[in-house]
Every structure is written in C-alpha cells, then in structure tokens.
Design a protein around this ligand. Structure first.
Ligand SMILES: C[S@@+](CC[C@H](N)C(=O)[O-])C[C@H]1O[C@@H](n2cnc3c(N)ncnc32)[C@H](O)[C@@H]1O
Length: 248
C-alpha cells in the first residue's frame, strides 16, 4: 500500500486495520514501553497511523515524534490528542525521505514494515534502524510467517474434520503461493511481508542490533476465521514482537 492507499483508510482505520495494541492482552508492548521510559527519554512512533499508541508513549516520555507517510492518518492522530503538547507530528516516507526527525532513545514500530517490494522494504528497514539512537531500543511488531502456516494447517484440519477428501481439503486451505518463499502472504488481496523469527534475528544483528527479546503477541482464532470451531484452541495465531538494542 502506498501513501494514497493509507490516506484513503484514515477515516475507517479502526474498522479496517487490526488493532495490535488493543489485542496485546499480555501487555507485552506496554511492558517494554514502561521498562525503557525515563523522565527525559524521547520516543518515536514510526508508522503511527491514527495514533493508537501515542497516548501510551506521550504519557511516559518527554517528547514523542509521531511519524507517518499518510497526512490524513496524522490529522486523525493529532485530533485525537489535542492536549498532548509533547507530540510532534512528522509527515515522512521512510522508504524515500531523508529522516526529518532525529534518532531517538526508543522507536516503536507496529506493523509498518509490511511492504512486499524488496526495493521499498529494505530502505524502510534501514531507516527504521537509523531512527534509533546508538544505545537506544527498537520495539517492533511484524506479521509472523510461521503463524500464517499454522493457520493454513488449522484450515486443512477443519476441512478434513468436515469430511472433505484430502485433495479438496488441501486445495481449499492452500495459500496464494506467489512470493511465499520470501514471506509474502496475500491479505485481502494485498501482498504483505511476513517474517520468520530467525530472519528477524539475522536482519537486526546484521544492522548493528542486539536482539533482547522475541515474543509472540497472540490473538484468538476469530482474527483468522469468521466462526472458528470450538475445538480450535492453542496454539493461537500471533504477530512477532521484537525488542532490540542498537549497539553500533
Ligand atoms: C498497519 S498500519 C499500523 C499503524 C499503527 N502502527 C497501529 O498499530 O495502529 C501501518 C502504518 O504505516 C504507515 N506507513 C506505511 N509505509 C510507510 C512509509 N514508507 N513511511 C512512513 N509510514 C509508512 C502507514 O501510513 C500506516 O499508518
């Protein structure tokens, strides 16, 4: 999705875009945000969207840069936080612009590194990393490729339980395979990058980070299927949460 696509969803964001922080029932994101907060620390919300995590940051950090490629989303975010004067809104395309905000102590980046095109995603990842001060921390959430494959397995299992023969059951549960070997999964027709845990470790280590924690933010099966059967329980689908410190 590009700038115009994100602008278009600004008004219907809550309905269309899955709310990660609201579904982080174990409070993994909040826990790390609080752990790293000091009275004069500065944070960035990279790809802040309509600002769901801005109150969490602004209430705990001295200053917050709210960065997004969509000026419409930034407008909605600013209107939702009129009294939080320590938030600075920055319109920037991280895949192109030189950063128009400084590197900060903490960078929170929830489901922003999704672009399927490598030539867009690589600069996006590089700039995300450079947005963290040396010694600072990156708190990242990205879709999990492992979770997508688990969902496909659950779909197959469900089909077989419903009496489909093996061939039809596999066909009906198949993923659109184009780009799957590179973690590209089509969500509502939009090619979306998904990550392996090991890939995240390698990716951030190569960019001068020490990975401190990789955890699952788990969701109920209703996030994947309209009416999942009662037997469909743990393991649940998840996004990856990464906490990493920039060491060089
Ligand atoms: C899935 S939404 C997540 C928004 C928010 N982090 C949340 O959890 O609600 C992805 C956000 O990343 C922003 N984004 C995507 N590509 C970007 C880019 N190249 N530069 C800056 N922001 C970008 C979009 O405008 C959108 O607001």
């Amino acid at each position: 999705m590009n700038e115009r696509d994100w602008d278009k969803v600004a008004d219907t964001f809550e309905k269309e875009i899955f709310n990660v922080p609201a579904n982080d029932t174990k409070g993994i994101i909040l826990d790390w945000v609080e752990r790293l907060a000091t009275p004069d620390a500065v944070a960035t919300d990279l790809g802040c969207g309509v600002g769901r995590t801005l109150p969490m940051l602004a209430d705990r950090y001295a200053h917050v840069y709210a960065v997004d490629v969509s000026s419409q989303c930034l407008d909605v975010a600013a209107k939702a936080n009129p009294l939080r004067s320590n938030i600075e809104y920055v319109h920037a395309d991280l895949s192109k612009d030189r950063n128009s905000y400084p590197a900060t102590d903490v960078v929170l980046c929830i489901n922003t590194l999704l672009n399927a095109a490598l030539e867009v995603r690589e600069p996006l990842i590089d700039r995300t990393c450079r947005s963290v001060k040396k010694g600072g921390h990156l708190l990242l959430v990205v879709p999990s490729l492992n979770s997508t494959l688990l969902t496909a397995y659950r779909h197959l299992q469900w089909n077989l339980r419903d009496g489909m023969d093996a061939r039809d059951a596999q066909k009906a549960a198949a993923l659109n395979g184009k780009g799957l070997e590179h973690g590209i999964v089509h969500i509502d027709g939009v090619p979306t990058k998904h990550y392996l845990k090991e890939e995240l470790e390698a990716l951030f280590t190569a960019r001068g980070f020490t990975v401190l924690d990789i955890d699952k933010i788990e969701y109920p099966w209703t996030t994947e299927f309209d009416a999942p059967p009662r037997w469909m329980k743990a393991p649940y689908p998840w996004d990856w949460f990464v906490a990493a410190q920039r060491v060089r």
